[in-house]
Design a protein around this ligand. Structure first.
Ligand SMILES: *[C@@H]1O[C@H](CO)[C@@H](O)[C@H](O)[C@H]1NC(C)=O
Ligand SMILES: *[C@@H]1O[C@H](CO)[C@@H](O)[C@H](O)[C@H]1NC(C)=O
Ligand SMILES: *[C@@H]1O[C@H](CO)[C@@H](O)[C@H](O)[C@H]1NC(C)=O
Ligand SMILES: *[C@@H]1O[C@H](CO)[C@@H](O)[C@H](O)[C@H]1NC(C)=O
Ligand SMILES: *[C@@H]1O[C@H](CO)[C@@H](O)[C@H](O)[C@H]1NC(C)=O
Ligand SMILES: *[C@@H]1O[C@H](CO)[C@@H](O)[C@H](O)[C@H]1NC(C)=O
Ligand SMILES: *[C@@H]1O[C@H](CO)[C@@H](O)[C@H](O)[C@H]1NC(C)=O
Length: 610
């Protein structure tokens, strides 16, 4: 009894479970494979090892000519998940960007395999679409290993691409129907070209193959299993375009036919041979360097030490190869040799030669000497400018158009001199008293010509500091007149000239004129160099010029003064000029005319005191 009850329970449980399982399975099948059912589920079949693309949209029915997928759609347009049947949990870590990645609104499988079989869900615009992917082993559609997924076409010729497996199976029901073709994502029906058309649904016919026909092609067809369930089978064909085999020998690019290269003795040298080959399906190129020494009576060519054959550039129609040969040390024998680059393919061969010649040495010395010479020239120019900077600035001031100004200038001229006693002389039996120039000059300039002079002893209040007074007086004058008597050269008055030179470098409104006089006795007490100084050239031709001045004692003179007096404008005073002044009726002697020209154009006029 007890056992009977237990048995009954076990049997009923088993029956219940069985029927439940059965119904579940039925539900699943109906759900999963009936396209267009309430849950919108679509089925794809792919072949293992293929490239497979699944877009987040209904598979397009025949005749609509839609794209394989939308390349420009962003990742937010499709949210892919993988539904794991066993755990009922959604996984989306299956996108690894290597084998499975997003492309537009689609999932792209670069090498689809059995492990990718399963259910995928994608959300787009609020709608959820489910896909069932079944990855079949190669040959399982009935064509065996024949189903090739690669095709090679020849550039410029016609070609055909077959949809693999579409004709497999001997049952008309199993055979594929309604084939759609895609070139990459573009449906063939959208390509308006006479060069591409579909023949008999399953063959893509290309009238003329271009380089851009090298692409991934897809063909879809509907696969009916006989039980009313339709799958979309998606096949991939990788098309490569190659060129027609060349019918010409290789072309030498460098050396072209006969070249000469410059080398240096005892240095290494590398020869390079560049050859262009036309495309060949079975490509067995040869590029070699040979050398023939002219001293060798037989003139045979010997192989050289060469580098690896390298690809320089490649297009679909041609390939450029490079091979180098190395001469470790260039000797005289190499200058007397011919180097030959030989190249051949199965069509024929070509060759070109290189000879070596010595690089001219002169160019090297020129390369070094030229910059060196210009550098030295520049350096000496800089040094000259540096040394003669004072002279250059003074000459610039002297020859630059002079700006007359009255602002800040109280005097027309500052006269710098060392007083000397008047002397008398017998001229033609008449006793003539000669006035020294420092007395004569103020008298004429102030009384006759109306200039306002500054004389240190007369115009400055006694008791002031000498140096400060001089600086002030020079800065307040438009012209500094220095009476260069022998006494002056050895006196402290040179300080006034030095101050003037420094002031002139700053002040564009100050000028300096030197008047060389050699009159008057030389007081032996003041300088022992007096006799030397009397040699100072008295000039009957008084000129305003930049002359060579008499050489003053070098050691007692400040260097600035010594250099400046060589370039400062100067006049030469001759006692005979004393009576020949410029008057309204008489143009006067040259000395006075020159002096008049040097003085400022407009006198300030005489007024009292400094
Ligand atoms: C592709 O995606 C872009 C961006 O989301 C959209 O603008 C375009 O209309 C889509 N094209 C097709 C044919 O669906
Ligand atoms: C695809 O993957 C299989 C194994 O997963 C491998 O044997 C095959 O070489 C791969 N094919 C390509 C084209 O990568
Ligand atoms: C045709 O199909 C039958 C069974 O459906 C199979 O036995 C036979 O081998 C097939 N023939 C070819 C050539 O595939
Ligand atoms: C193939 O297309 C025709 C019309 O173009 C249609 O009537 C037929 O049902 C399609 N076959 C399949 C299996 O989809
Ligand atoms: C491919 O190249 C040919 C010739 O260069 C051109 O006429 C044709 O439009 C190109 N096709 C595509 C799809 O770009
Ligand atoms: C190309 O060169 C190799 C080696 O120098 C030679 O064996 C072969 O016959 C040559 N082929 C042609 C077509 O000249
Ligand atoms: C080099 O090419 C010329 C013709 O271009 C041929 O006469 C000559 O024999 C070739 N030299 C070698 C060494 O192959």
């Amino acid at each position: 009894m007890h056992t009977a009850v237990t048995l009954a329970v076990v049997i009923s449980t088993c029956f219940l479970q069985n029927s439940l399982c059965e119904r579940q399975r039925e539900n699943k099948e109906a759900e999963g494979l009936k396209p267009g059912s309430a849950t919108e589920m679509y089925g794809y079949k792919a072949i293992s090892g293929d490239v497979f693309v699944m877009q987040c949209a209904k598979p397009f029915s025949t005749g609509l000519c839609g794209r394989l997928y939308n390349k420009s759609a962003g990742p937010e347009k499709s949210n892919w998940m993988r539904s794991d049947e066993e755990t009922s949990s959604d996984r989306n870590q299956f996108i690894d960007d290597v084998a499975v990645k997003r492309c537009g609104n689609a999932l792209c499988f670069l090498n689809v395999s059995a492990e990718h079989s399963g259910t995928y869900t994608c959300m787009t615009g609020g709608a959820m679409i489910r896909f069932s992917l079944e990855v079949l082993e190669k040959g399982s559609l009935g064509c065996g290993i024949k189903e090739k997924s690669g095709k090679t076409l020849v550039l410029g010729q016609g070609g055909q691409i077959h949809c693999p497996g579409v004709n497999c199976g001997n049952d008309s029901v199993v055979r594929g129907q309604n084939v759609s073709w895609y070139k990459n994502a573009t449906p063939i029906c959208a390509i308006k070209s006479r060069d591409i058309r579909v023949v008999d649904q399953q063959i893509l016919h290309l009238g003329n193959v271009y380089e851009n026909d090298s692409e991934d092609y897809f063909c879809d067809y509907t696969y009916s299993q006989g039980n009313g369930i339709h799958w979309t089978v998606r096949k991939h064909v990788k098309v490569s375009v190659i060129s027609r085999d060349t019918d010409v020998p290789p072309r030498m690019i460098y050396p072209h036919s006969k070249e000469t290269e410059e080398v240096e003795l005892d240095q290494p040298h590398t020869l390079e041979c560049r050859v262009q080959f036309g495309f060949q399906k079975t490509f067995d190129p040869i590029v070699e360097w040979r050398v023939s020494y002219h001293s060798n009576p037989e003139g045979t060519m010997e192989p050289m030490k060469m580098g690896q054959l390298q690809v320089n550039s490649r297009t679909i129609q041609e390939i450029t190869l490079v091979r180098t040969a190395h001469i470790s040390v260039v000797k005289l024998i190499h200058l007397d040799s011919t180097f030959t680059c030989l190249a051949n393919n199965s069509v024929g061969n070509s060759n070109a030669t290189v000879r070596l010649k010595r690089k001219p040495k002169a160019s090297l010395t020129l390369v070094i000497a030229c910059p060196l010479v210009s550098l030295l020239f520049l350096a000496s120019l800089c040094i000259t400018i540096h040394i003669y900077w004072l002279e250059i600035t003074i000459l610039y001031r002297v020859y630059r158009p002079f700006r007359e100004t009255l602002t800040g200038k109280e005097f027309d001229a500052f006269v710098s001199y060392v007083p000397c006693p008047p002397s008398s002389e017998e001229v033609g039996g008449v006793h003539v008293t000669k006035e020294p120039l420092e007395v004569l000059l103020p008298r004429i300039l102030e009384e006759k010509w109306g200039y306002r002079l500054c004389l240190l002893e007369r115009d400055l209040l006694p008791g002031g500091a000498y140096a400060a007074d001089v600086v002030w007086a020079i800065h307040s004058s438009r012209l500094l007149v220095c009476l260069m008597s022998p006494d002056y050269m050895s006196s402290t008055c040179l300080f006034e000239l030095e101050t003037g030179i420094r002031a002139m470098q700053q002040d564009a409104c100050l000028r300096i004129i030197l008047i060389w006089t050699n009159t008057g006795p030389v007081p032996a007490t003041r300088t022992s160099l007096g006799t030397h100084l009397t040699a100072a050239k008295p000039s009957t031709n008084t000129t305003l010029s930049v002359p060579l001045s008499p050489g003053p004692p070098a050691d007692t003179m400040p260097p600035v003064v010594r250099r400046a007096i060589r370039v400062l404008p100067a006049l030469y005073w001759n006692p005979q000029d004393q009576g020949r002044m410029v008057t309204s009726s008489n143009s006067g002697s040259r000395f006075w005319r020159s002096l008049r020209k040097t003085l400022p154009m407009t006198p300030r006029g005489v007024s009292s005191g400094c």
